[in-house]
Design a binder for this molecule. Sequence first.
Ligand SMILES: Nc1ncnc2c1ncn2[C@@H]1O[C@H](COP(=O)(O)OP(=O)(O)OP(=O)(O)O)[C@@H](O)[C@H]1O
Length: 254
Amino acid sequence: MASSDNDIILDVSELSVSFGALKAVDQVSFTARRGDIVSLIGPNGAGKSTLFNLVSGAISPTHGTVFFNGEHVTGMSPNQLLHRGLSRSFQITKLFFELSVIENLRLAAQALEPARHAFLPLSRSLKAGRRIEELIDQFGLEDKVYELAGYLSHGEQRRLEIALAMASYPKLLLLDEPTQGMSHADTEETAKLIKSLAGDVSVLLVEHDVSLVMSLSDHVVVMAQGKKLTEGTPQAVRANSAVQTAYFGERRDA
Ligand SMILES: Nc1ncnc2c1ncn2[C@@H]1O[C@H](COP(=O)(O)OP(=O)(O)OP(=O)(O)O)[C@@H](O)[C@H]1O
């Protein structure tokens, strides 16, 4: 069984949920390998965000299973999943605009420590302090440490959100449209950053920017009308005529 395979970090099987009569996610199955970047794409209303919410524990499925890191986690809360190593951007700490970058990082890094540690000076919360230093270095935030999050550019704020999601040393990072609203340059920088994170962490990405998905992903899952249309490498998905018809609205032979 795939979920016992040590190479697989996430195993989603026949996952379904309905809103009234609408089958928003209908019998969708896919797996994500450790260290890979897996992307969910599809036209508007295809069910990507709903599937993402099912995996992150924000909503519960009516049918199907989710195995994470070999453990049956279907129906677990986002907090239970976070403690097992599945982290979603914005899950624990949204950005506090009136706090500095380092204070935002501190809140995220201390989320997994006992609640009483939240009031300790950082110098006495060694694990969190170490993690913050690593994140400042990894995300190139050295010059921004004491800047208020509200004064960062949009791109810097979105990357800080990813840093917060990384604070708990996740095994799987869920990112919902991480480059939404970004300039071309910021999108490229964020793509590089996500690529640099993969390997240590697996990434599940919902993203509308198809060229970004194609350049970034190891594996792409295509959804349409709640169902999985197909999955495969970016090259295979790009060449699939059903994808071109459903996703791009027309056949592209180029
Ligand atoms: N809470 C809800 N209640 C009722 N219907 C919902 C709810 N959430 C999503 N839907 C419906 O489920 C379908 C799938 O929505 P979903 O947001 O998952 O699609 P999506 O692929 O993420 O779309 P988009 O690319 O536009 O964000 C849509 O028809 C949507 O209107």
